[in-house]
Design a protein around this ligand. Structure first.
Ligand code: CS2
Length: 492
């Protein structure tokens, strides 16, 4: 039996570890303590605590699964971060998480954490689908199960938005200072979106909270970036080899990391600059760049790469045809952007291609392919619309959407079935029933999914033609051939 990582002693040489006193109060409550949070914000906070201290430990909250808490709590919140680069892997112990609460099992403890006087920031990584955002209205999706429950039942508080508004109400009633709400998910203007949802929720449930939320609480937007594959048995085996400690909370990530934040904190913040965070007045240009160039290309490669038989993004990038399509997608996405302060977009694209090709990273295409209905709008559809308006080529967006539509059929060209993992999965399956081989029918049915594609796009003959043109060979000849064919058009 190997010893578990539950203290900072006895680690192998070369493993870096926190030297600050971890018995300080938690100034941050983080909703959605998954791998991404552990590879990103928790690491910046670890650096800030190491650099300048402050009462900024993190109390993690899992809104759904008890797994992270089960792995982290017996280790007093300690976990290993493996950083994998072409030159090798390094291990570091992160100490900024004090422990994790599980909301469904212990809602009272979660509310207590959110309403403690020491809590000054509530941050979130709950994925796109966690917000209950209706893509059509930009407001609350009242059919979102957790939100619907919270709107109907005063004491429910299952959704992130519901918990935040309820906690702020408690604080206001008790005369405590509010906290900053810090959204760290891949949504454009993520702070503004969350603010809008919180205001709408408050207007529906506790209208007297609206002026308070508007006047006293801040919702800075952020751009977060670090590629973080789901942990596997190899993560745990390599962690044991590197540190000498068993750790089933370990996560692995890439060397690159970026965090750009609007500096609007109503109750202070850690010195995240210590980890390299950049504070700016307006995050929007950076967010758009990342969502369209990184995430958009990721999604395109995930659908087409998975169906062309590639398990990992690094394999996709080793496929000359797909690498070419990745480069094209980034180039086209860059054309939809306004200038981004201090960034050379060509250089950014080159860096992205290198990151995607990192041979040490096993990032599954299937992982990225999940939740397509939640990801396409900001990654692909928005720039497609801009391209349409400006008369720019539609090929790369039509190819990406066609690849998603082909992926939505749930079966590889060899006939293997896979799970879509999308909150709109059953709606998609119903839309596709009976029309699986006909490109026109598949495109028509998926374009008609309520709220997903704007009318300006669905009503455009140019867009529909482009889409059908890309989807047809995917269905008739298979993804491998369709990719080769598409790449040929880029070579001429
Ligand atoms: C990916 C992102 O899974 C996905 O959809 O595109 O998680 C991506 O790896 C991160 O946004 C990188 O910062």
């Amino acid at each position: 039996m190997n010893a578990r990582l539950d203290s900072l002693t006895g680690l192998k040489q070369g493993v870096s570890k926190p030297s600050y006193d971890r018995r300080r109060p938690s100034g941050i409550v983080h909703l959605g303590t998954g791998a991404f949070h552990k590879a990103h914000q928790a690491v910046y906070t670890d650096d800030a605590l190491e650099g300048s201290g402050g009462d900024w430990m993190i109390t993690g909250v899992s809104l759904r699964s008890p797994d992270v808490a089960a792995a982290l709590n017996p280790q007093k919140g300690l976990y290993t971060l493996l950083t994998r680069g072409p030159e090798g892997t390094s291990a570091r112990i992160v100490g900024s998480i004090a422990g994790v609460l599980v909301a469904p099992g212990d809602r009272a403890a979660v509310l207590a954490a959110l309403t403690k006087p020491e809590t000054r920031i509530v941050s979130l990584t709950i994925t796109e689908k966690g917000y209950g955002l209706d893509p059509k209205t930009g407001g609350l999706d009242r059919n979102h199960p957790a939100l619907a429950a919270d709107l109907a039942e005063p004491t429910s508080m299952q959704s992130a938005v519901g918990l935040i508004v309820a906690a702020l109400q408690h604080r206001r009633n008790r005369g405590q200072q509010p906290f900053t709400v810090l959204c760290c998910d891949n949504l454009p203007s993520n702070g503004k979106v969350l603010r809008r949802l919180a205001l709408e929720f408050a207007a529906a449930r506790n209208a007297n909270m609206v002026p308070y939320l508007e006047g006293e609480v801040s919702f800075p937007s952020t751009m977060v970036d670090r590629i973080t594959p789901a942990s596997t048995d190899k993560t745990f085996a390599d962690t044991l080899a590197a540190t000498g400690r068993e750790d089933y909370a370990a996560v692995e990530t890439e060397p690159f990391s970026q965090w750009i934040i609007e500096d609007e904190f109503v109750a202070g913040r850690p010195e995240w600059e210590a980890g390299g965070a950049l504070f700016v007045g307006d995050v929007a240009p950076y967010e758009k760049m990342k969502l369209r160039m990184l995430n958009g290309t990721h999604s395109m490669l995930a659908y087409s790469g998975f169906l062309a038989g590639h398990k990992y993004v690094r394999d996709v990038m080793a496929d000359a045809d797909l690498a070419l399509l990745a480069a094209r997608h980034m180039r086209e996405a860059a054309r939809t952007l306004e200038p981004v302060p201090g960034v050379d977009l060509q250089g950014y694209a080159g860096q992205l291609r290198e990151r995607f090709a990192n041979p040490a990273m096993a990032h599954e295409t299937w992982q990225i392919a999940m939740d397509g209905s939640q990801k396409l709008p900001q990654r692909i559809i928005e720039p497609a619309l801009i391209a349409l308006r400006r008369g720019l080529p539609l090929d790369s967006y039509a190819f990406a959407v066609a690849a998603w539509m082909r992926y939505a059929l749930g079966m590889t060209d060899r006939g293997d079935i896979y799970v879509l993992r999308d909150p709109r999965e059953s709606e998609i399956a119903t839309a596709l029933a009976g029309s699986r081989r006909d490109a026109n029918a598949v495109a028509d049915h998926l374009l008609a999914l309520p709220g997903l594609f704007p009318e300006e796009l669905t009503g455009s003959a140019k867009w529909r033609d482009a889409l059908q043109h890309k989807l047809q060979p995917m269905l008739a000849e298979g993804m491998r051939r369709a990719v080769a064919r598409e790449a040929e058009t880029c070579r001429v």
